[in-house]
Design a protein around this ligand. Structure first.
Ligand code: ATP
Ligand code: MG
Length: 196
């Protein structure tokens, strides 16, 4: 059993709402180890490299809008002038580049067993309206796809959390140099995971 790493970004809406401490503490209190922390302005080229530039990612993001619009009987063309999911995904990525630069962001690297599943569980659904109570997004936000898209902006959902083990590794490398990571053993680990 080896630990893995995940990148968290406490996004500008969370920073400006004074939620840095409460959000970070949720990841600490389940027993994850915070091994990297950096408060910084995100450079546009870093944000561009952070979010995938793949057809699959653009499609996933665009389909999120199309599914929601279909449910509500709305037409994506009124906002995006197209109903092509890839084109919608590309527009959302442009919006993300502005959103992530609205203030400084807190970048955090957390380490733990099955850390990706844990950070995704604690973060909650991408769409705040659908995020369960008890999650970061469910407890502190209630944004919707149609409101966000009508305002020409991405969902304001407070946090980014790595999606897969491979993404976690890639994202940690993108935002942190090796010497900026400080691994250590939490004193409660022998109580949480006693070896027999
Ligand atoms: P993140 O990568 O930020 O942790 P996520 O993995 O839950 O979020 P992604 O599909 O990677 O979601 O989308 C990245 C971000 O883009 C979302 O967190 C959200 O802010 C925004 N976003 C995604 N899809 C849409 C959409 N259809 N309309 C508006 N904003 C969106
Ligand atoms: Mg993602």
């Amino acid at each position: 059993m080896t630990k893995q790493k995940a990148l968290l970004i406490i996004k500008p809406d969370a920073v400006q709402r004074g939620l840095i401490g409460v959000i970070l503490s949720r990841f600490e209190r389940v027993g994850l180890t915070v091994i990297g922390l950096k408060f910084t302005w995100a450079a546009p080229e870093k944000i561009k490299a952070h979010y995938p530039e793949t057809e699959a990612w653009f499609t996933k993001v665009g389909e999120r809008t199309l599914t929601n619009y279909a449910k509500k009987g709305l037409d994506a063309k009124t906002v995006f002038q197209t109903d092509d999911p890839v084109a919608i995904g590309k527009t959302v990525k442009q919006w993300l580049i502005d959103y992530l630069q609205e203030s400084a962001v807190l970048l955090a690297v957390v380490s733990g067993y099955d850390v990706i599943e844990i950070v995704r569980k604690l973060s909650g659904n991408t769409i705040p309206l659908l995020a369960a109570p008890g999650t970061v997004r469910g407890d502190f936000s209630h944004d919707t796809i149609d409101l966000a898209n009508a305002q020409n902006r991405p969902l304001r959902n407070l946090i980014h959390a790595s999606d897969t083990v491979e993404d976690g590794e890639k994202e940690v490398k993108l935002w942190f140099a090796d010497e900026e990571l400080f691994d250590y053993q939490r004193c409660d680990e022998t109580i949480m995971f006693p070896a027999r």
